[in-house]
Design a protein around this ligand. Structure first.
Ligand code: FUB
Length: 402
């Protein structure tokens, strides 16, 4: 092989390595099993924190062996710092070993609070709401006791801090509940209320967030993540539908960071994973103009570095099925603060389109996207910004015959 060819290959390899560093790739946390990601931005708006449950790395049969909450931080959505175990059942005076279910976190009066469901006997029906505190976001957190009024068969606390600083605690299994928290963070300030949300599919894992004065009550149904919208933190909420329908067990959090919304969740199928050996992932979250949420689907690419292009498909939709021979309309959304210089479209790895200006649409009259034979296909859109930074997104579809 000629020296010039070698140089070209080395250059291409370096380019591929550099491109890969700009994508987080799911799962975003791989070296340990983590679940139930609770995302937060504290005073330092340049850092995003994710707090997770700790699943066993090698084997488990249920959730009784979950232990050791962890903290992770990132400034760019690609590189994460693992701050290690921040609270372990061995540091809790009143509980049993393990049973460290999904926690939530809050900041009040200069202190960081970890509010968590933990068993006081070896039973899913005997949980207390533990409170632990730290002076710094990365912990470690110190057990300071339990919050009275939330006990028995319940899980998944979520603290929501409203724009006026009032803190609300949400929790529950099968029946969602809410109550204001006292300033001391150790007591409920009122009798809990049962939340009305226009449906009966609530199972667990409430997440509350607010955007443009709309309150989003979202949760796991056991068959995906669903949500309802309202104009106050108590509800009643208007039921809307799915936000993460492809995930059988959806435990999520949603947050805006550096001008972009993100959706954190876990998967159960990474590298020998299962229902109790899970891994944390991240996706983009998009809102429609009427405030409703676009559905989120699991991807391998995850999200790109904060200043790289944000890419999504409006068409086709996730796993869309077309009758063969398929005529596929492709519509890609690519945005970037500095401007997108080009979008490339690949079908099963083969370059089928390239556009330098929006709209990034292909379809009618495009020979490679028309008359597609029976089979499974993957489309990948790669956007390059004016600085040469890359964002990408893939979507699968199939062409079928009856
Ligand atoms: O992680 C243990 C349990 O699994 C959580 O409490 C549920 O929300 C589900 O994610």
């Amino acid at each position: 092989m000629k020296r010039k060819d070698n140089k070209t290959i080395i250059f291409l390899l370096l380019a591929i390595m550099m491109m890969q560093q700009l994508l987080a790739e799911n799962p975003i946390i791989r070296h340990v099993r983590t679940a139930d990601p609770s995302a937060h931005i504290w005073d330092d708006k340049g850092t995003l924190w994710i707090y997770t449950s700790g699943d066993p790395n090698d084997s488990c049969s249920d959730y009784s062996t979950m232990d050791g909450y962890r903290a992770f931080s990132t400034t760019d959505m690609v590189n994460y710092t693992d701050h290690g175990v921040i609270l372990h059942s061995s540091n809790i005076s009143w509980g049993v070993p393990g049973y460290m279910f999904a926690p939530t976190f809050a900041y009040k009066n200069g202190k960081y609070y970890c509010i968590y469901p933990h068993a006081y006997e070896n039973s899913y029906a005997k949980f207390n709401c533990g409170i632990a505190v730290s002076d710094v976001p990365q912990g470690p957190f110190t057990d300071i006791g339990i919050l009275e009024g939330v006990t028995g068969e319940w899980i998944d606390p979520c603290v929501f801090s409203d724009t006026d600083g009032t803190m609300y605690l949400y929790w529950g299994i099968h029946q969602p509940k809410v109550a204001k928290l006292k300033d001391n963070m150790m007591e409920l300030a009122e009798e809990p209320r049962v939340i009305e949300y226009g449906s009966d599919n609530f199972f667990e894992a409430i997440y509350m967030h607010k955007k443009d004065d709309i309150y989003y009550f979202s949760y796991n149904t056991g068959k995906g993540g669903y949500y309802a919208m309202g104009d106050n933190p108590y509800g009643p909420f208007d039921y809307i539908g799915a936000v993460n329908p492809a995930q059988e067990q959806d435990h999520h959090s949603m947050i805006e960071f550096k001008g972009q919304w993100y959706f954190f969740y876990h998967v159960q199928n990474y590298n020998g994973g299962n229902g109790c050996m899970r891994n944390t992932c991240a996706e983009y979250l998009f809102y429609n103009t009427d405030g409703t949420l676009q559905e989120v689907y699991p991807s391998l690419e995850g999200v790109a570095q904060v200043d790289a292009p944000v890419v999504s498909f409006t068409s086709p939709t996730y796993n869309q099925k077309f009758k063969a021979p398929a005529n596929v309309m492709v519509d890609v959304n690519a945005t970037d603060d500095k401007g997108v210089s080009k979008v490339l479209l690949y079908l099963n790895g083969q370059l089928v389109g390239k556009k330098r200006k929006a709209p990034y649409t292909w379809g009618k009259g495009h020979s490679l996207l028309n008359g597609i034979a029976t089979g499974n296909y993957t489309l990948k859109a790669v956007a390059v910004d004016k600085d040469g930074k890359i964002g990408e997104r893939s979507i699968s579809f199939s062409s079928y015959t009856d």
